[in-house]
Design a protein around this ligand. Sequence first.
Ligand code: NAD
Length: 245
Amino acid sequence: MRLAGKIAIITGAGSGFGEGIATRFAEEGAKVIVADIDEVAAKRVARAIGGTAVRADVTSGIEVAAMVAAATESYGGLDILVNNAGMPQRAGPADEVDEAMFDRIFDVNVKGLYFGIVHAVPVLKKRGGGVIISTASTAAVRPRPGLAWYAASKGAVVTATKSLALELAPHRIRVNAINPVAGDTPMLKEFMGDGEAIRRQFIASIPLGRLSTPRDIANAALYLASDEASLVTGICMEVDGGRCV
Ligand SMILES: NC(=O)c1ccc[n+]([C@@H]2O[C@H](COP(=O)([O-])OP(=O)(O)OC[C@H]3O[C@@H](n4cnc5c(N)ncnc54)[C@H](O)[C@@H]3O)[C@@H](O)[C@H]2O)c1
């Protein structure tokens, strides 16, 4: 059991990568808070893995504070925060993204991380250490045309991760990110539509020849969350079949 006795919050855990991470962490002995803006989805996943569901919109400071408090109330503390909830951009020209969509992308992807830090770090400091992991994207480090604002938001997550790693190291809080390549989750059609041709073309650009799965991302998160990674901080790990090389 690689996370025996650890208490973890995973945001956006009602679907896709977050569900995969929640499931994998529970398999390895963690007590998991399954947080999602979609309460029905959070409850479904929590039931399946024996965790606790919390409805939390990561763009709300009040709801993120309540989410962090739920970890202490349910399990007595917090060891791991996974900032995974994300907002995609429908592929298209940067100048056609309206202000409301731009704001939503940055609110969920960047402000969501900010609120996670503001509310979880004091708890982790008091506990004497912990782990923060964010789901960024290969779009942050190898942006392609058509996803400019999404890529920029994930770039902010990558830069914040490195900066936070340095700042929080004296408190024994490790801060890392994962950069998944396109993954087979409900979010994928937002990025590439439903077309089979575009999907095949994208897969052809991945040297290992397939999209990522929730299990791939969960295995990376498990390593970063575990004591096996006790000297690893400030990295943004590509899980991308070689696409970013
Ligand atoms: N799927 C991909 O191709 C891909 C690639 C790289 C990175 N990512 C990133 O991975 C993360 C997970 O995405 P996914 O592919 O699993 O998507 P998904 O759509 O399957 O799951 C996203 C979950 O986040 C929840 N969510 C959305 N807004 C929220 C909010 N404001 N507060 C709390 N929860 C919220 C949704 O309800 C959903 O359950 C995101 O950060 C995404 O940007 C996805």
